[in-house]
Design a protein around this ligand. Structure first.
Ligand code: NAD
Length: 475
């Protein structure tokens, strides 16, 4: 793999300019498939956060007062520059997170650009001004937005967050994940080229415990929008509380795919396994539980095993690869510990398991667990790796009870030949999204969680509204 010049970074982007982090520190970026260092990044500090917040505050009035269509036009120019750099964005996603090249292209980059474009399409349609009896109700940007993102879908998550903030009229301080900062640098390069005004989007790569925490606590930040783990989301809320800023959280998940007795089992299981293993299972919305009627259980376990055993694990630059590595050795260890605990608690490994695949690269074999006791931790805890449990349920009420028993509520799937029946069951799930019979992803539909999966919504009108205040003027 060539070491691209675009990956050798050491700067923060503040007030329209690239400059060294005030800490003078840099970090390295590893390719999780080769374990080679492929790039560098700034390791910024709290002074850089102060500078970036000041720049965002300075740019806020000008950006916020533009008619929404003018903001959208400027952002569309940026989208155009990004779309023209598709190959670089894909190569960077493959290199920094280890996503297979086809997944990086079609899911990470194309879907990220589609979500961003949907914000541009939906923004002007929002009810920015409404007459309610004697009041004019105005929607106004809340102010400076601190945006903190995870490593699992690095480009996509940034676009899904800052797209809403910028269309709303907020100015942004962005901190990408330590492990995957490179795609955020590329977004800034494109924003500069597209002529986004200085201070509207500022980039401060660095550690969560330093830069992220300072952003969440900063008294001149009006909203913190965080995507990441539930534990860190709670810390962010605590840091933000004294300044009474809005906190929008997009957190972890433990999502289920429910096959009803009238579904085509083979189709449902194969699609569920593909969904569960996408991005090596490192997806907040992964269907990491498969629930089937008790009488279909043995067949479902066999079909799941066949489907997963046929998946190719390996070099993410190869177009035939289905699963790349996990992002880091730490993530691989965590995933294998979840599997080992499930086995201790009585689960049966049907394929995959706790063996480390030979290195280099943080690979884990796609794993199916059967006969998992109802009280096993793996039915509630987020694993964030290529691991699926298969469970039997007695009737639809039992299926709903099992699914809703996790603390999370992000996503789900229902499979049935009756659309009405599937829809009726979808209504009973305490989750922010449900896909019926493998329905296509909708980049303009709200995405977010119930319960410990968070309180925010991204995408479409809802992803803009998280960054708006509401004002009533009586006359
Ligand atoms: P993480 O919580 O460890 O880190 C997320 C971000 O928070 C990173 O940028 C990190 O540097 C920063 N951070 C860490 N400590 C911080 C602190 N004290 N204050 C402020 N920021 C801090 O999560 P991760 O491991 O990068 O990502 C995986 C998690 O993200 C999973 O739980 C996954 O389900 C979740 N996720 C959720 C969604 C969603 O839309 N709901 C999407 C993607 C990922």
């Amino acid at each position: 793999m060539s070491l691209r010049a675009e990956w050798q970074r050491s700067e923060v982007h503040v007030d329209g300019k690239w400059r060294a982090a005030r800490t003078g520190k840099t970090g390295v970026v590893e390719n999780p498939a080769t374990e080679q260092v492929i790039g560098t990044t700034a390791d910024a500090g709290t002074d850089d956060v102060d500078d970036a917040v000041r720049a965002a505050r300075g740019a806020f009035a000008g950006w916020a007062m533009l008619p929404v269509q003018e903001r959208v036009d400027m952002l569309r120019a940026w989208h155009g520059v990004l779309a023209a750099r598709h190959e670089l964005l894909v190569a960077t996603t493959v290199a920094e997170v280890g996503a297979p090249v086809v997944v990086a292209s079609e899911a990470h980059v194309d879907m990220g650009l589609a979500v961003f474009e949907a914000y541009l399409d939906e923004g002007p349609l929002l009810a920015w001004e409404e007459q309610v009896r004697t009041s004019v109700v105005l929607r106004e940007p809340i102010g400076v937005a601190a945006c903190i993102t995870p490593w699992n879908w690095p480009l996509y998550q940034v676009l899904a967050k800052i797209g809403g903030a910028l269309v709303a009229g907020c100015t942004v301080v962005l901190k990408p994940a330590e492990l995957t900062p490179l795609s955020a640098y590329l977004l800034l390069d494109a924003a500069v080229e597209a002529g986004l005004p200085a201070g509207v989007l500022n980039l401060v790569p660095g550690k969560g415990s330093v830069v992220g925490e300072a952003m969440a606590a900063h008294p001149d930040v009006d909203v913190v929008s965080f995507t990441g783990s539930t534990g860190v989301g709670a810390r962010v809320s605590i840091a933000a509380a004294p300044s009474i800023k809005r906190v929008c959280l997009e957190l972890g998940g433990k999502s289920s795919s429910i096959v009803l007795h009238d579904a085509d089992l083979a189709v449902a299981v194969s699609a569920s396994m593909a969904g569960a293993m996408l991005n090596s299972g490192q997806t907040c919305s992964a269907w990491s539980r498969l629930l089937v009627p008790r009488e279909m259980y043995a067949d479902a376990v066999n079909l799941a095993t066949q489907s997963v055993s046929g998946m190719r694990v390996g070099d993410p630059t190869d177009r035939e690869t289905d699963l790349g590595p996990l992002v880091s050795e730490g993530q691989r260890t965590t995933v294998l510990e979840h599997v080992a605990r499930a086995v201790e608690e009585g689960a049966r490994v049907v394929c995959g398991g706790t063996d480390r695949l030979p290195g280099p690269g943080h690979f884990v074999a796609p794993t199916v667990l059967a006969d998992v006791p109802d009280d096993a931790a793996i039915l509630r805890d987020e694993v964030f790796g290529p691991v699926v449990t298969v469970e039997a349920y007695d009737d639809e009420n039992d299926a709903v009870r099992r699914v809703n028993a996790t603390p999370y509520g992000l996503h789900g799937a229902v499979w049935s030949t009756s659309d009405d029946r599937a829809f009726a069951l979808a209504r009973q799930l305490r989750t922010g999204q449900v896909d019926i019979n493998g329905a296509a992803f909708n980049p303009a539909a709200p995405f977010g969680g119930y319960g410990r999966s968070g309180n925010g919504r991204e995408m479409g009108r809802w992803g803009i509204e998280d960054f708006l205040e509401t004002k009533s003027v009586q006359r």
